[in-house]
Ligand binder design. Structure first.
Ligand SMILES: Cc1cc2nc3c(=O)[nH]c(=O)nc-3n(C[C@H](O)[C@H](O)[C@H](O)COP(=O)(O)OP(=O)(O)OC[C@H]3O[C@@H](n4cnc5c(N)ncnc54)[C@H](O)[C@@H]3O)c2cc1C
Length: 698
């Protein structure tokens, strides 16, 4: 009789649930042992089981154990991870098992690095594959490079590409180990089922044995890559058991990605070229439609992630074709080593989260990490940290019944729902602007104008780009700062107007951007101030009377030895030089030898009144050249070329140099400064330095 009643109740459960929702009743038919208003709490001796030992699982374990300890509750925390090899404490140095990867590019945002520090977790050096010093946002006109002033790292998650012989200790091993130190236990097995027991607790079963664990609370932190591809299959695990436990649970939307790893081999030059720099590119080509390309350095390896329509509609069979097509895109060829010089190590197509789950909680169960949600395209690990810290707080302070979890989680769900919708708008906006040559030139110019004129803290546009590329701020704030009147004004005045003026100047001086690459030469206000002070002190006797009427500085990265750049600078006054040849300006060495102190270079400018001469004062091969302004249009002043090793953080890059040019002038009459204004210097030098770079690099 009892069995009949329970059968009828169970088969009618879905209708009853809908009916219950209508009447706003809170009786749980699938777990009838829990009274509707019963407040469930973790207490001494409670067992918490976490499914999945990725970032969400480990962060949750650490936060929960600490919170419980500070609240005086003794709980047992068990993490169940399906990977067979966890690589904890280097106990197992075998080659990693294929399929034990955590399908992630392993970029640790500044937010995650700070969170780790806050938790007192010091990332061991062997886990860090690379430190990030520069984020490059690739735009059609020019790449915008942002200095990374906070700690950002790249790491491996789970197994590494097959064939690697170096340490396999990775970020996930480190987090698992940290949770063990905190008091968690780890079981390596796959959770295959969940059900409520008669006393309302959760019975967890595992693959391949009859063992079960009864727990007071279960957190599902198993991610969204149980199946690679771009779908969840209703009826398949883990979705089936999650939906049985939480009627109404709907997984987040996901999108197929393509991730692959390249090996630069033993070529140090290639390694240094990519090391320390992240690239974000927002377009592919007409045939390979991509929306987001991330290139993440890992020492001599490079991880590449592709997202976009070309990937959405692909299958595993297309992966190699897509990689080849990608490597042959003109803008990718400029960044990455040639296809022939690198090996493809591994490739797969995991899911990335783009939405938020519905009802990610029930009595004694909650979903955390990717299976709940993640920040759109950026900082998924940071989201896993944030959500798991929030769940730990709710579980200890509010309770583990559905109602308490809902109250605690409500704000996070709302935040991520709004955030990811707005995130799509941010990326759409950036994509439209950055893939178009004209628009991207305006944005680039606005960023550079701001960089030259404002201190770092006051640069709105740079901050917007940094927050978007690093995942540091929520998309709502990014949108608000994009539409701030001052940001729009900065784009109009420092971007549109300056671009039009520069474009006219290029036309007048006959500067046509040919087949050579366009590069940044604008220098930040703080860099300019430091350098200008040093140069002015050193050449105080050559600057003429009073303070300088006009000063400018430009810098460009060159992938060439200092001596080669120095030699090419010596051709400054030669007829056959391949740079600095604008219309109306003729630059000729009229006496002395190239790069020899005392040589004189004449600038014949139309109209003639603007002409002047330079005399080389000092020359240190491979390092610097300083010319003084002698006579004519300029009365006192200096033209200074400095070649120095390019640094990424403290890392000096072999054969990569930074060429900086400082120009300071005094004029006989103030009016002269308006006859040849500073922006003309900007346009001429920017164009000429890009030409010079092309010459020395090829
Ligand atoms: C291509 C790609 C690149 C990315 N790059 C970055 C990046 O550079 N930086 C960043 O911050 N984020 C990145 N992300 C997002 C990031 O990977 C996720 O947001 C993050 O891994 C979520 O952590 P998680 O713990 O929820 O899930 P996961 O990392 O997927 O961990 C889940 C764990 O649970 C285990 N598991 C699953 N099911 C079971 C089961 N039934 N029983 C036992 N164990 C189970 C799995 O083995 C796994 O170890 C990327 C995502 C993709 C797809």
């Amino acid at each position: 009789m009892l069995r009949r009643v329970s059968y009828i109740l169970l088969s009618a459960a879905p209708q009853l649930i809908r009916f219950k929702k209508k009447l706003r009743l809170s009786y749980n038919f699938l777990n009838p042992f829990v009274k509707p208003s019963e407040k469930l709490r973790l207490a001494d001796g409670s067992v918490v089981l976490i499914i999945g030992g990725g970032p969400a699982g480990s962060f949750f374990a650490i936060n929960l154990l600490r919170k419980a300890k500070s609240s005086g509750i003794k709980i047992e925390v068990i993490i169940v991870e399906k990977k067979k090899v966890m690589n904890i404490q280097e106990l197992n140095l075998n080659e990693c098992q294929i399929g034990e990867c955590n399908y992630c590019a392993g970029g640790l945002s500044a937010k995650v690095c700070e969170a780790l520090k806050k938790l007192g977790l010091i990332l061991p050096a062997k886990v860090i594959m690379d430190k990030v010093f520069i984020i490059n946002i690739f735009a059609d006109w020019k790449t915008i490079s942002l200095d990374v002033l906070k700690e950002m790292n790249s790491v491996y998650r789970g197994s590494r590409p097959k064939g690697r012989t170096d340490s396999i200790y990775n970020f996930d091993s480190f987090l698992s180990e940290s949770s063990v130190k905190e008091g968690a236990k780890i079981i390596t097995s796959e959770v295959t089922g969940l059900e409520y027991s008669d006393d309302g607790r959760v019975v967890v079963s595992f693959r391949g044995n009859n063992k079960t664990i009864k727990s007071d609370f279960v957190a599902f932190a198993g991610g969204v890559n149980g199946f690679l591809g771009n779908r969840f299959y209703t009826g398949e695990k883990p979705l089936s058991y999650l939906q049985e436990m939480i009627p109404g649970f709907k997984p987040p939307r996901v999108r197929r990605t393509l991730i692959f790893e390249l090996d630069t081999g033993e070529n140090d030059k290639l390694m240094y070229k990519i090391s320390g720099e992240l690239y974000f590119i927002l377009h592919g080509s007409h045939t390979l439609k991509l929306e987001m390309i991330s290139i993440i350095p890992k020492g001599k390896y490079i991880t590449v992630v592709l997202i976009g329509p070309a990937i959405d509609s692909s299958t595993n069979k297309d992966n190699l074709r897509i990689i080849n097509e990608f490597m042959n895109l003109p803008h990718i060829k400029k960044l990455l080593p040639r296809r022939a010089e690198i090996k493809n190590l591994c490739v797969c197509s995991p899911n990335i989260v783009t939405g938020t789950a519905k009802n990610p909680y029930g009595d004694r169960i909650a979903v955390v990490g990717d299976m709940f949600t993640a920040n759109l395209y950026k900082d998924g690990i940071g989201s896993a940290y944030e959500i798991s810290a929030m769940l730990a707080e709710v579980a200890i302070t509010r309770g583990i019944d559905k109602r308490s979890l809902r109250k605690g989680y409500r704000s996070v769900i709302r935040k991520y729902n709004i955030n990811n919708t707005l995130g799509k708008l941010v990326f759409l906006f950036i994509r439209i602007f950055f893939r178009n040559s004209f628009f991207s030139r305006i944005i680039y110019q606005a960023v550079i104008t701001e960089r030259k004129t404002k201190t770092r803290e006051n640069r709105r546009l740079e901050k917007i780009l940094w927050n978007t590329a690093s995942g540091e701020d929520i998309y709502k704030n990014i949108i608000l700062s994009m539409y701030h009147p001052l940001a729009i004004w900065a784009i109009f005045s420092g971007g549109l107007l300056v671009t039009l003026r520069n474009y006219m100047t290029e036309l007048i001086f006959g500067l046509r951007w040919g087949n050579f690459s366009r590069n940044t030469t604008g220098v930040g206000k703080e860099v300019f101030e430091i350098n200008s002070k040093v140069i002015k002190e050193e050449f105080s006797g050559n600057l003429g009377e009073g303070s300088l009427d006009f000063e400018r500085m430009y810098s460009i990265r060159m992938n060439a030895p200092g001596e080669k750049i120095f030699r090419e600078l010596g051709k400054f006054g030669d007829k056959d030089r391949k740079y600095f040849k604008p219309r109306f300006i003729d630059v000729t060495r009229i006496s002395g030898e190239a790069n020899q102190p005392g040589c004189i270079i004449r600038y014949n400018i139309f109209p003639r009144q603007l002409s002047f001469s330079l005399r080389l004062l000092k020359s240190i091969p491979g390092e610097h050249l300083s010319y003084e302004i002698m006579n004519g249009f300029g009365r006192g002043g200096i033209l200074f070329f400095k070649i120095e090793a390019f640094k990424k953080g403290t890392m000096v890059i072999n054969d990569e140099n930074l060429l900086s040019i400082y120009v300071g002038f005094n004029f006989p009459k103030n009016l002269f400064k308006y006859l040849f204004p500073a922006y003309i210097h900007d346009v001429l030098w920017n164009f000429s330095l890009c030409q010079l770079k092309e010459v020395v690099e090829n």
